[in-house]
Design a protein around this ligand. Structure first.
Ligand code: ADP
Ligand code: GN1
Ligand code: MG
Length: 378
């Protein structure tokens, strides 16, 4: 069966990954901005075997074999963790199919790189959240992810995107995009450029702390966008952290800040109506309580102190990345219409402003939950 749209021969894919049965469903899936994601269903004697097929974005991830090695090692580590605790880990981590040559991804004759893994059934993802209990679960699950990987050897990890959250380097890339003005769009975004430049001193706060050894490097997810976690349909439990391409050495503050950016906004990250944008304090509180319930004991005093700031910085960084891409002519993030990156940028910058206005309250919430951590160390 050939999927014309993708120029993909599914018979070859099934053969390479050792999948048997008749293909009964094949459709685009999810709302990711980077990879191409598809749902597959095969009928095997009346049993429906469900998978996710992904086309790895090789412009973004230039070494798919190194990337897959990270992911296999990480998922093995997570599986072992649950098995040692006597917990069924089958829906709690991704399980990748191996190709006939032993690799975990396959490059076809068109140069496209594919991988296949288990579809986690009876689970849902959210692009926006209005339920504080679910967001608290997201915090607990992302915190637990950091905890589980605290015993993983960081030196064994390949850096899939160098300097991914190095905000000073993101700022340099942004300034370069402004000066090159490749897509001729600079005249439309003077206000946004000024907004970012007025905050450039914030860019190096976390990297400075890290370089000074004041906050530790950990194995972190680095893309804790709210739609990168699966929740159980029956219990709302955050069961599985997905989208593991950016798991690298990083800061816990990146994971906290990015999930607040994407989940505690009162609206979607690309809502063009910035009147809808703002930090939802109840959601902020719920996520803080969930995150600190699982990761709190492991965090140092300095990490905890900078949690509210990380929400601001990661939002500013993302807004800056959207604007950089807009100025460069939309070459990185998937866009649905010409001004999509600009709408995303304006949305994020409005969120930065609102976080700034509410910073005292965010700090009060933070202090309240930090006080509650039993036997907090350091
Ligand atoms: P991208 O890198 O493009 O963001 P993701 O790995 O996040 O790709 O996948 C995109 C979407 O596909 C997710 O937000 C989620 O909705 C869905 N998805 C991905 N993996 C699974 C899975 N194993 N089970 C169920 N849904 C999944
Ligand atoms: C991308 O792949 P996805 O949609 O989960 C991006 C994140 C951004 C996010 C903004 C590898 O995440 O860093 O925060 O878009 N991932 C990569 O929507 O660049
Ligand atoms: Mg994703």
């Amino acid at each position: 069966m050939e999927n014309q749209d993708l120029n993909l021969d599914m018979d070859i894919i099934s053969l390479k990954f050792g999948i048997s049965g008749e293909l009964t469903d094949f459709r685009r899936y999810g709302n990711g901005n980077i990879n191409g994601t598809f749902f597959l269903e095969f009928n095997n004697d009346g049993h429906a075997d469900k998978y996710i097929l992904q086309k790895i974005n090789t412009d973004v991830f230039t070494n798919p074999a190194g990337l897959m090695k990270n992911i296999i090692d990480i998922t093995e580590h997570i599986k072992k963790h649950y098995s040692l605790k006597g917990i069924d880990g089958s829906r709690r981590t991704l399980e990748f199919l191996q190709c006939d040559d032993g690799e975990y991804c396959f490059t076809d004759e068109n140069g496209n790189c594919w991988r296949i893994y288990n579809f986690i059934d009876n689970a849902f993802t959210c692009n926006t959240i209005d339920n504080a209990d679910i967001f608290c679960e997201a915090g607990r699950a992302f915190g637990e992810f950091i905890n589980i990987l605290s015993s993983f050897d960081t030196s064994a990890l390949y850096e899939t995107i160098p300097d991914f959250h190095n905000t000073p380097k993101r700022l340099d890339a942004f300034k370069q995009a402004v000066s090159l003005n490749k897509a001729g769009r600079l005249c439309k975004v003077q206000k946004e450029v000024e907004f970012i430049l007025a905050r450039q001193s914030d860019a190096s706060v976390l990297t400075d702390l890290s370089e000074a050894g004041l906050i530790p490097l950990r194995v972190t997810h680095n893309d804790t966008k709210i739609n990168n976690i699966l929740f159980d349909e029956k219990t709302n439990e955050g069961i599985c952290v997905i989208d593991l391409d950016t798991v690298m050495t990083g800061l816990s503050l990146y994971d906290f800040g990015d999930c607040i950016r994407s989940g505690a906004n009162k609206t979607a990250e690309d809502d063009p109506n910035t009147d809808n944008v703002g930090i939802d304090l109840a959601l902020y509180e719920a996520f803080t309580s969930g995150f600190l319930s699982s990761a709190g004991q492991a965090l140092t005093e300095t990490e905890k102190e900078y949690l509210p700031f990380s929400a601001k910085l990661l939002t500013l960084e993302c807004g800056m990345r959207f604007l950089t891409d807009y100025l460069n002519g939309d070459t990185y993030f998937r866009t649905a219409y010409p001004e999509h990156n600009l709408d995303r940028c304006r949305n994020q910058l409005k969120l930065v402003e609102d976080i700034e206005s509410n910073m005292d309250t965010l700090k009060e919430i933070n202090e309240k939950y930090c006080r509650d951590i039993p036997r907090a160390n350091k």
